[in-house]
Every structure is written in C-alpha cells, then in structure tokens.
Write a protein that binds this ligand. Structure first.
Ligand code: FAD
Length: 276
C-alpha cells in the first residue's frame, strides 16, 4: 500500500505542553509519517513557537513543515521567515491565507493564498514543497462552490505541489471535490484531512466555525451519549476508521491527521487500519 501519512500539531504554549507534545511525537513516529506539520496562529501570533516546534521536530530527524499564513503579513516579513526556514533545514511549507485576527485591521500585502504561493515561488524557486488547503464542503467565505473551486485551482497554478483538505465526514463531498478539480485539469495530489474525535462538543463548535458538516446520523448518536466520553470516543473511532478505510479503498495518496497534539486516537485508527 503506497499511502503517505502526515500528522499535524499546534505549537504548545507552556513547558508542560512542550513536553507532552514531545512524548506524543515520539509515539506517533512509529507510524513513519512523511512529515509532521505545525500550525501558525492567525496574523503570525505563534510565529516564534511555530518556528521553535518545527526546529525541534527537524532536529529529531523528521521532516517538519510549518504552516505559514499571509494575511496581515508584508512581503518583507515573509521573505525573512522563508530565509529562517531555509537556515533551519525546512523544505516543506503549508501555505495559507489564514484569517485576520479580531482587532487587526490591516490585511497586509497578501490577499489570498495563491498570492503567497506565487511569492514563495518567485523568491525561492523550488526550495520548498508547498501544500495548500482545500475544502471539500467549501470554504465558508466562498461566494459559490464554483468560485471556490476556481480559487483552489489558482493556488495550484501558482505553484502548489499538493493539497490537504479541511476535515470532513461526508466522503461524497471529498469524492465530488476531487472529481471537479480533475475535470479542471488539476493533477496535484489531494490529501484528505482526518479529524479523530475526542470530544463531540468541541468538534461541533469547531465544525460550525470552519464549515465542516457533522452528518445528522452522527450528530444524533453523539448527542445521545451526553457526557459519556468513552462512548463518544468509541463511536468516533469506529466512524473515523471506517472513513479512512473507504478513502484508502478509493486510492487516496495519503491521510493527514489533525492530531490536536494527542497520539492515542491517531495510533488506534492506524492500528485498526493495519498501517504504520
Ligand atoms: P484562500 O485559498 O486564500 O481562500 C480563502 C477564501 O478566499 C475562499 O473563500 C476562496 O474561495 C477565496 N479566494 C481565494 N483566492 C481568491 C482570489 N484570488 N480572488 C477572490 N477570492 C479568492 N489557519 C491558521 O490560522 N493557521 C493554520 O496553521 C491553518 N492551517 C490549516 C491547514 C489546513 C490543511 C486547512 C484546510 C486550513 C488551515 N487553516 C489554518 C485555516 C485557514 O487559514 C482558513 O480556512 C482561511 O480562512 C483560509 O485560508 P486558505 O489558505 O484556504 O485561503
């Protein structure tokens, strides 16, 4: 099976968080992921911590990919950061627009992720492998699905190598998105983003904000478990493992796990799938 795994972390804030992430990363390393990625706070708010986290991952011998969002940034600030990444041996970036943090009025010198991708290519040629974001259930701000699709294509045409999707639980949405992009001539790999389910209330909040749908049949089941975390997680493991298996059966090139800095659920899903 030629399946590339990748695992996403967020940069921890405390010494305890740093230690916990180190432990989670060491456990997840048995899956031999192609890379670990580290998110980047809105408006560059985690720049130092993202850099410190990817540097530590790279120093431990893994491929580390910082996320980099451009909203609120200037060309000069992105240029400096690209130089820092190169100096630290970083060769892969998840290139994003991001969202302007509340209270920050100046959108900076980039409007959309395609402009960031074009800028990175212009400044650094092929020094970085660039991943961009994709939305099988459409980005919440997209005017129409067609607009979103064409905007996605713009990022690939600007030089992105691959895409990682927002998480989803409707496999039809993913399949239809991939088919639509192929019809437009996009050949870049599209890697499904997988969100293991630790807590339904958190997932529901998050999904509302990012525009991912929790199907009614799942929502009803989760709601029936109330505060019974063990049942929520057991059902979540069944649902997400089944989704991954269906994606693998359809020949996806990889799975990108939103680990939330935890190892247990991702490891259990992979164990059930017989991978890693
Ligand atoms: P874009 O691709 O620029 O799209 C944003 C919106 O603008 C879409 O509605 C699109 O249709 C529209 N659009 C795009 N280009 C154009 C154009 N040229 N003209 C007109 N309209 C256009 N957020 C973070 O803050 N930090 C992270 O680390 C982070 N990591 C993520 C990782 C993944 C895999 C994903 C899927 C999302 C991540 N996000 C992260 C969330 C992301 O920043 C938000 O979804 C953000 O609102 C959009 O970023 P984007 O790069 O997809 O933007």
């Amino acid at each position: 099976m030629n399946l590339e795994l990748s695992i996403e972390f967020f940069p921890p804030q405390t010494t305890e968080g740093i230690e916990k992430l180190r432990e989670a990363r060491e456990r997840l390393a048995v899956l031999k992921p192609a890379f670990f990625s580290v998110t980047y706070g809105a408006g560059g708010s985690t720049q130092e911590r993202t850099l410190a986290t990817v540097s530590e991952i790279a120093a431990a011998g893994h491929v580390a990919a910082p996320h980099l969002s451009c909203i609120g940034a200037t060309q000069a600030s992105i240029r400096d950061l690209l130089a820092l990444f190169r100096a630290r041996g970083i060769r892969r970036i998840v290139a994003l627009r991001g969202d302007l943090p509340s209270g920050m009025a100046d959108p900076g010198e980039f409007r959309y992720a395609n402009e960031l991708v074009a800028f990175i290519r212009q400044e650094t040629g092929d020094a970085f492998h660039l991943d961009v974001a994709a939305y099988p259930e459409w980005h919440p701000q997209a005017k129409t699905p067609r607009d979103d699709l064409l905007n996605f294509k713009r990022k690939v045409d600007a030089g992105a190598n691959a895409a990682i999707t927002q998480y989803f639980y409707n496999i039809d949405a993913f399949e239809s998105f991939v088919a639509d992009t192929r019809a437009l001539g996009v050949t870049a790999p599209i890697i499904p983003g997988i969100m293991p389910i630790a807590s339904f209330s958190k997932l529901a909040r998050f999904s509302d904000a990012c525009g991912a749908e929790i199907p009614r049949w799942m929502r009803k089941q989760f709601e029936s478990f109330g505060d019974d975390t063990a049942s929520v997680q057991a059902f979540g493991l069944d649902v997400v493992t089944d989704l991954c298996q269906q994606l693998i059966n359809r020949g996806v090139p990889g799975l990108h796990f939103y680990s939330m800095n935890q190892s247990r659920l991702t490891l259990e899903i992979c164990r059930r799938l017989g991978i890693g």
